[in-house]
Design a protein around this ligand. Structure first.
Ligand code: FAD
Length: 290
């Protein structure tokens, strides 16, 4: 099923992200986590695409296919373009289409640090990838990423929003946000997107921080601000893993309830492949989302 069809109903949606194994030894563990998260029957699950040109990309496709065909949950495969040749990107789109994948989250990917970058023949921005998917797989439903605090490379939020608009005009049918920990930043961003004429569904990306060492890494990757209230939680519970996990799930739940109470209908949880975190959030919301 196309993600746009899932998002069209009046219902509040709760979707979950998983990532593929980075090594062959991790395959079993990841498959087990995916199976357990799929058993919660989220509205859909997304599967990330490894950095460095989709190393191990076969797992992204395999997992997205399993979620859909073996577990009966809608899925979306991520695809990045910056670290791959056009030929590789074209092949990946073909493989995804052949695997019966109906949804792709079209991403640029982060700029690699390797010396042999940029490649002589590559896409530079996600909007170009969106056009390429439309050309090769016109029936594919395409999503993209957006950044409530601005993409870290953008010179201003206004410029970043102009580029988001280009992505949507190219055929991107919905957007999932980078993680954020302060809902007021999201509400302000949503207003600015709508004001810029970006009317596609926006899915709020929520990352439950359940380990102390996740904080610095998440901020480094996303550039997101961490509110004082959240810093106090990490200061107080950070060295006690079980308490930190529960506090992180509670903080994310609180954020989601506030979003729903303010009319936001679509929530995407970055599960970090932890079924306990995914189940914790879902149980807390079971009466709210029905
Ligand atoms: P773009 O939309 O291309 O934007 C990148 C930057 O270029 C922005 O600063 C934008 O303002 C600017 N820009 C865009 N168009 C132009 C233009 N025409 N001229 C000048 N500047 C322009 N990474 C992975 O490796 N694998 C994943 O699976 C993955 N999943 C993600 C899922 C979500 C929901 C999010 C939010 C991010 C994800 N990422 C993933 C990270 C993502 O690849 C990086 O954030 C990357 O740096 C930007 O990707 P993008 O698709 O947003 O790029």
């Amino acid at each position: 099923m196309k993600i746009t069809d899932v998002l069209q109903s009046d219902k509040i949606t709760l979707s979950m992200e998983v990532f593929p194994p980075k090594t062959t030894t991790a395959v079993e563990k990841v498959n087990e986590a995916v199976r357990e998260i799929a058993a919660l029957k989220p509205d859909f699950m997304s599967v990330t695409y490894g950095a460095a040109g989709g190393k191990n990309s076969k797992y992204t496709i395999q997992i997205a296919q399993d979620i859909k065909d073996s577990y009966g949950v809608n899925s979306i495969a991520h695809l990045t373009c910056l670290s791959s040749t056009r030929e590789t990107v074209e092949n990946q789109i073909g493989l995804m289409r052949d695997a019966g994948i109906e949804n792709i989250l079209a991403l640029r990917g982060d700029i690699p640090k390797e010396a042999d970058f940029p490649l002589p023949d590559q896409f530079h921005y996600a909007a170009e990838l969106v056009r390429e998917i439309k050309r090769l797989a016109p029936d594919m439903c395409i999503g993209g990423a957006c950044y409530p605090e601005g993409h870290p490379e953008a010179s201003s939020k206004a410029e970043d929003i102009l580029h988001i608009k280009e992505k949507v005009d190219a055929g991107c049918e919905f957007l999932t946000t980078q993680m954020f920990f302060d809902n007021s930043i999201f509400y302000n961003y949503l207003y600015r997107l709508r004001e810029a004429g970006i009317l596609v569904p926006i899915i709020a990306g929520i990352m439950p921080i359940t380990r102390k060492n996740q904080v610095a890494r998440s901020i480094q990757l996303s550039g997101s601000c961490v509110p004082a209230r959240f810093k106090s939680i990490v200061d107080w519970f950070g060295d006690e893993p079980a308490k930190m996990k529960q506090a992180g799930i509670a903080y994310a739940t609180d954020q989601i309830i506030d979003l729903i109470a303010n009319g936001v209908k679509h929530i995407h949880v970055y599960t970090m492949n932890d079924p306990e975190v995914a189940a914790g959030i879902q149980n807390n919301l079971s009466e709210i989302i029905g």
